[in-house]
Design a protein around this ligand. Structure first.
Ligand code: ADP
Ligand code: MG
Length: 272
């Protein structure tokens, strides 16, 4: 479903973006001609100088992600997955290379431009949910809508988003009164309610059991079908089977990029 107030006058999420078409130089399997690019990284590195040595969290990463793609970033702990998401969400700054998100060049962007991108373009879902404990489910979602620039009817939008994740009847509960899976669904509702076209999820099922993890993945997959760009980070190879495209990281490098090995699976077929 589409939520009231979310995409009014804009068609599907992301269609209002004015990003240029994919550039021919960057590796991008499965790119469909004419579909705008949501995320582009060229030669991106992130270095840390520690104790006289240099650690590369990301090294020379080139990639493009189309609007509406459902991408899983797969890699072991320490491979650079969170660093990559933080770059895309403008929560961290590259040491080298260039990044553009929804047509906005991040390198050299002003603080105000980066802040606008964080509020209006990218929505984060975290492994540990990160809900405010003293706010109800509804209030947690509503505050996220209120800080965007497309707020308007924040309460109605928040209620619709909670209904979309199947939590209408839990909206007045506090996080401590909800199961882990329900808390993560509130966090997803919070991301959806912003109307931001790019959803990024960092190990969203890492703290959930199999059953609730599958529910969460199902919601994320539905969002990609509704036109969102969805980027899910995981160390769990099984989860990558439901993606359109799997980008595998190892020691800060992209080591493979393409459709899931063995073909795409339904969420219901996953086992872990
Ligand atoms: P992942 O999410 O795949 O587990 P991260 O992106 O968190 O990996 O980290 C990638 C690498 O960068 C790791 O080796 C990690 O130790 C290093 N790293 C991340 N943040 C910092 C930091 N603030 N200082 C030093 N090293 C860091
Ligand atoms: Mg991580």
């Amino acid at each position: 479903m589409t939520m009231p107030g979310k995409t009014e006058g804009k068609g599907r999420p992301g269609s209002g973006l004015s990003s240029p078409p994919a550039s021919p130089g960057l590796h991008h399997p499965g790119h469909r001609p004419g579909v705008p690019t949501a995320v582009r990284l060229a030669g991106v590195s992130r270095r840390y100088e520690i104790g006289g040595g240099t650690v590369y969290a990301l090294r020379d990463v080139d990639l493009e992600i189309d609007e509406g793609e459902f991408v899983v970033v797969l890699g072991p702990s320490g491979s650079g997955k969170t660093t990559l998401l933080n770059m895309i969400g403008a929560l961290d700054v590259a040491s080298g290379g260039t990044i553009s998100v929804a047509g906005q060049e991040l390198t050299g962007a002003s603080r105000a431009e980066l802040s606008r991108l964080r509020r209006n373009t990218v929505a984060f879902i975290f492994q540990t949910f990160n809900l405010f404990p003293t706010l109800t489910a509804l209030e947690n979602v509503q505050v996220a809508v209120e800080i965007t620039d497309h707020a308007g009817g924040a309460r109605a939008t928040a209620e619709a988003a909670l209904a979309e994740v199947g939590l209408a009847d839990r909206r007045l509960h506090y996080p401590a009164e909800l199961s882990g899976g329900e808390q993560q669904r509130v966090a997803i509702a919070r991301a959806l309610a912003t109307g931001n076209p790019i959803l990024v999820a960092d190990e969203p099922t890492g703290d959930l059991d199999y059953h609730t993890g599958v529910q969460v993945l199902d919601i994320l997959q539905q969002q990609s079908r509704a036109g969102h760009t969805v980027i899910v980070v995981t160390h769990n190879r099984e989860i990558s089977r439901i993606a359109d495209r799997v980008i595998e990281l190892s020691s800060g490098h992209v080591v493979s990029d393409g459709p899931p090995a063995g073909g795409r699976a339904d969420v219901a077929d996953l086992r872990w």
